[in-house]
Design a binder for this molecule. Structure first.
Ligand code: NAD
Length: 208
């Protein structure tokens, strides 16, 4: 896809996909942009504009065929494919991710988990997942064809781990460390404290 898609659009696209999944479960066959907008607390014009990046989906005055739109967005999001993940850092976060079974159902398979602490290497942290020595990371990623790297190491190790992941061919990084990492592959940051700050800001603002 040559055109650059703004980040907020890709985030909303995921929310459309999840909403359409719920509509399918509810047995809804056709939905208007107005109805989608109501469910997602957005403007219908926003939804139409977002979808127009990817083609023509709905029929004017009729709405969207739910299953068709769901499949089309799924295609755009790459959900049909099973993605192979490696986790670096087998601490609290790394182990929690490794045990998050729903990821597998959604097409994200953790193929390896790595650490540099000898007391953790060789231990089974999730069913079938034994912690490997991080010195084996590059060879493993290449041989397994892993595509996504999850960074769950302390902040001061995150950049180094990211560079190693990038060099051995990882295509994207999910970063839990509270630090900005600089690599040329896409990075998605999960910063729980930052999210809590946004939440407390909103709570404080409302109580004023
Ligand atoms: N625990 C939380 O609630 C939480 C929440 C948000 C973000 N985070 C962030 O996520 C990251 C992990 O947190 P945690 O609580 O799991 O920490 P942790 O200390 O429990 O685990 C970190 C693991 O990384 C390993 N490690 C360190 N350097 C390494 C390297 N170079 N290569 C491979 N392994 C290495 C350590 O041996 C350890 O097992 C941290 O950056 C933390 O700030 C944690």
């Amino acid at each position: 896809m040559a055109e650059k898609i703004p980040k907020p659009v890709s985030k909303r696209l995921v929310s459309y996909y999840m909403c359409l999944e719920r509509l399918i479960d509810e047995g809804v066959e056709v939905v208007s942009s107005e109805e989608l907008a109501k469910r997602l607390d957005l403007k219908a014009s926003q939804i139409r504009k977002d979808l127009s990046y990817f083609g023509e989906f709905g029929k004017r005055g009729v709405g969207y065929n739910v299953e068709h739109l769901y499949n089309a967005i799924g295609e755009i999001l790459g959900v049909k494919k099973e993605w192979k993940l490696v986790v670096v850092g087998a601490g609290n976060i790394g182990r929690a991710i490794a045990n998050y079974a729903v990821m597998r159902e959604k097409g994200f398979r953790i193929v390896g988990i790595f650490d540099n602490d000898p007391s953790k290497i060789g231990k089974e942290v999730a069913p079938g997942l034994i912690v490997k020595d991080v010195s084996d990371l590059e060879r493993f990623v290449r041989e397994e064809g892993a595509e996504i790297g999850v960074i769950a190491v302390p902040a001061d190790h995150a950049q180094g781990v990211a560079e190693r992941l990038e060099k051995c061919g990882i295509l994207g990084i999910l970063n839990f460390a509270p630090v900005k990492i600089k690599v040329s592959v896409p990075v998605e940051n999960i910063d729980i404290t930052a999210a809590l700050r946004v939440l407390t800001f909103e709570i404080v603002r409302r109580s004023r």
